[in-house]
Design a protein. Sequence first.
Length: 160
Amino acid sequence: MKKHEAMEINLKQQKVISDPLRTQIIQLLDEKPMTPKQTADRLNKNPGTIYYHIQQLFKHDILEIDHVSTNKGIVEKYYKSKATFFKSPREENEEFHSKSQVFLTMSEELLEAMNFDIQELFYEYGKKAMEETSNKKAYQCEFLVKEYEEVKIEKEEEGE
């Protein structure tokens, strides 16, 4: 899979990645492979909590083990993200050409900058589309950002 290619996920995987902390873990482990302890240190979180979330992401095929090393007799697993963009499961009667989603944790200032960049991108592709002369189809393009309401992920994974 290419670096920023969207990964197709099922409904269970979508639920697993929808937690904001897990989103931060996915983004962080996309930058470079890390151990759960290193990840916890970067996020200023409890290592046990981060280990649990990493195990759930690994179990649901969102993370993979990059490499394993031994440090003073302790085996350390370095995890990395398989993707940071995800294609939601398609509903039976839903017709669309492309749909991707990503969960981000960011400031209002960064959101405003992203909105500006997306508008510029739409404008640039609108100009490119005007220059094309053949094989054109009409597409509706949307960009939607909505505030995510944090959902407590209970230990539902344990009951599987």
